[in-house]
Design a protein around this ligand. Structure first.
Ligand SMILES: NC(=O)c1ccc[n+]([C@@H]2O[C@H](COP(=O)([O-])OP(=O)(O)OC[C@H]3O[C@@H](n4cnc5c(N)ncnc54)[C@H](O)[C@@H]3O)[C@@H](O)[C@H]2O)c1
Length: 178
């Protein structure tokens, strides 16, 4: 039986554990090939094994999502292996929690670097490699909220046209933190 994401390729950052791993396994269940990115080599190998056990293909890439050259290398390798990237999940993020007066400037810079720089680097590296840069679903940490907005926008549009909304984003829809 054909799965919903057969032959689709997804790049997921922070895929060694937690939410990134869970997203990787869910997309693999749907048939997607998964490019796993993380700084944790051991966790990466374990998620890759789980993806393969689901009958999909996995490309584990040990890389720092905030490093420009590393990110470019991931995108180049993914394209060399699979030819195209359809889904980019900019999952890495987070940072030190605390009251603003307790945070140092270095803490702030680290948050910006991990959350925004990583997303900028991956999205730009991907887009530069494409003939059709809009041919991609970009999902960030705010993905649920953004997707809901996207779908409700579409709902309004379809309400006006008297048709039912689609439940899945189309190519060109962008949901993410950029
Ligand atoms: N867990 C939650 O309740 C929650 C809630 C809201 C948002 N989020 C966000 O979701 C994302 C994932 O959360 P999580 O709980 O799964 O985190 P996690 O700490 O369990 O996993 C994060 C993964 O990212 C990897 N990573 C960290 N820095 C990296 C870097 N520079 N390059 C590549 N990989 C790197 C880590 O090695 C780890 O495998 C984060 O952005 C987090 O802020 C989490």
């Amino acid at each position: 039986m054909t799965k919903r994401l057969d032959q689709r390729v997804a790049v997921i950052t922070g895929a060694a554990k937690g939410i990134g791993r869970a997203v990787a396994l869910r997309l693999a269940e749907e048939g997607a090939f998964i490019v796993l990115v993380d700084v944790d080599a051991e966790g990466l190998a374990s998620t890759a094994e789980e993806v393969r056990a689901l009958g999909s293909r996995a490309l584990p890439m040990e890389a720092d999502a905030t490093d420009e050259a590393s990110v470019q290398h991931v995108i180049d390798e993914a394209l060399a292996r699979f030819g195209e990237i359809h889904i980019l999940v900019n999952n890495v993020g987070g940072g030190k929690a605390g009251r603003i007066w307790e945070l140092s400037v270095d803490d702030w810079d680290a948050v910006m670097r991990l959350n925004l720089r990583s997303m900028f680097l991956f999205t730009r590296a991907h887009d530069r490699s494409q003939k059709r840069p809009d041919h991609l679903h970009v999902l960030g940490r705010a993905q649920r909220h953004r997707l809901e907005r996207l779908l409700s926008r579409r709902q309004r549009l379809f309400d006006r046209q008297g048709r039912r909304p689609r439940l899945h984003p189309r190519h060109g829809d962008r949901a993410g933190g950029l």
